[in-house]
Write a protein that binds this ligand. Sequence first.
Ligand code: G3D
Ligand code: MG
Length: 165
Amino acid sequence: MGDGAVGKTSLLKRFIENTFDPDYKGTIGVQFMTKKVELENQFVKLVIWDVAGQSRFTSYRHLYLKDADGVILVYDITRYPTFENLEKWVEDAVKYTEQDIQIAVLANKKDLSGNRNVTEEEGRLYSALREAVLFSETSAKTGENVEKAFLELAKNMIKVSRQNK
Ligand code: G3D
Ligand code: MG
């Protein structure tokens, strides 16, 4: 979740296919992707929903959130308002999920650090405040920290779902 053009779809593509397509055009409606990974000696299938941010898709977003075990909040380090809006997204996530949801915060477009408007410290502080399980600065473009972040979140989701059984 996160504002438009922060890189949500690009991060997913990087994680699933290890590609970056600069010509990709915005997300329409809802898409989902899956990936099988081995985590702690067990194969798990991650199902990741990419729901467009526009308000006309809000009801879909709420529908998919209902069963989510985790949510990735994304902002763009070059655009401060996308960071400020995280709070709006997190409220949605907490309100519409029925289980203990694990939150990851990704500060994307790390490769554009020269145009940075949000410091790493600010991002870290916010994540701690929101009790996110992880904060990471990522680049869908170079791939930096992307796989690591998805897998770390998945590990936490598995841990929590085991505890709740
Ligand atoms: P969204 O799904 O959150 O709406 P997209 O965002 O994945 O569609 O990405 C929006 C734009 O940001 C795209 O550029 C994409 O190429 C670019 N982008 C995504 N991640 C990164 C990144 O890590 N670094 C850089 N430099 N750019 C990134 P366009 O030009 O199509 O708007
Ligand atoms: Mg998108």
